[in-house]
Each structure stands twice: as C-alpha cells, then as structure tokens.
Design a protein around this ligand. Structure first.
Ligand SMILES: [Zn+2]
Length: 77
C-alpha cells in the first residue's frame, strides 16, 4: 500500500492526501478530483487524479517479500 500524494501548487512541496491505495489500483481507478487540506498552506487544494501519484515504499516491500518464507507471511495476523 502507498499514500496518494499531490504537489502543493503554492510551494511545490509534496503533500499526502490521506488516501491510501496501491499503485496498480490507483492507475486503474477512473479520473476523479478531490480536495485535500494542505498542512503547509493550511488551506484546501483541489486536485485531479491525473496530478497525483502514489508514494509506495517499493524497495522495502520487495526486500520484505524476499526475506519472508513462503507460508509464514501474515502468520502473525
Ligand atoms: Zn499548499
């Protein structure tokens, strides 16, 4: 899972939208627009899905997958 990020139009900084999804699901989802409270500007920014991206810790996930034995995954849940 990753966090949907947008670029703040005022500062150019990446800010999290609070929407969690994975990259494939996000790319398959229809184009939508949403409003996110910007912690930098302390105001609401309206954004389209085409402007957003998913910040996913891919390297960490791949490393974890390689080091977990088959059958032991999610054994703690
Ligand atoms: Zn902003």
């Amino acid at each position: 899972m990753g966090m949907v990020m947008i670029q703040c139009p005022e500062t150019g900084r990446a800010i999290p939208t609070g929407i969690k999804t994975d990259r494939d699901s996000f790319l398959r989802s229809p184009v939508f627009f949403a409003r996110t409270r910007c912690p930098i500007c302390n105001t609401d920014h309206t954004w389209f899905a085409t402007e957003a991206w998913v910040h996913e810790p891919v390297a960490a996930a791949q490393l974890r997958d390689r080091t977990v034995w088959p059958g032991h995954r999610r054994s703690s849940q």
